[in-house]
Design a protein around this ligand. Structure first.
Ligand SMILES: [Zn+2]
Ligand SMILES: [Zn+2]
Length: 126
């Protein structure tokens, strides 16, 4: 009698584990389908940008880290994104420029065109 009950319990447990495995697998498949659908919805241009960005992130982990720190510092209010460009003084959308990636929060803020110019200058000056 006890033996039967034990076997019943074991079967019930196995069944539950199997059901959980199926549920997990379904959830996993659904997540994969969603990720694939999202990837397919990206335009070729977006896909290129996305691939380039992840390649960039792989090649420059210290820059990625610095950017992430800047964004979280902005979110937490530790630093604020100024309004005017450090280069031309115009009121534009600004990008953080790191002179030194080992000082992640030591950034200057430039508009796109000043930012590009700064990088060109740095390249020339080494
Ligand atoms: Zn500017
Ligand atoms: Zn920069």
């Amino acid at each position: 009698m006890l033996e039967v009950k034990r076997r019943g319990l074991r079967l019930a447990r196995e069944l539950r584990l199997r059901v959980e495995a199926v549920v997990l697998e379904r959830r996993f498949m659904a997540a994969r389908v969603r990720a694939e659908a999202m990837a397919a919805r990206r335009s070729p241009q977006q896909r290129l940008t996305y691939e380039r960005m992840s390649q960039w992130a792989r090649e420059h982990p210290e820059r990625r880290r610095a950017h992430r720190l800047v964004h979280s510092a902005i979110r937490s209010g530790k630093i604020s994104r100024p309004i005017r460009c450090d280069g031309c003084g115009l009121d534009r959308r600004l990008e953080a420029h790191h002179g030194d990636y080992t000082k992640p929060l030591g950034v200057r803020w430039f508009c796109r065109s000043c930012h590009l110019r700064v990088h060109r200058c740095e390249e020339v000056l080494g």
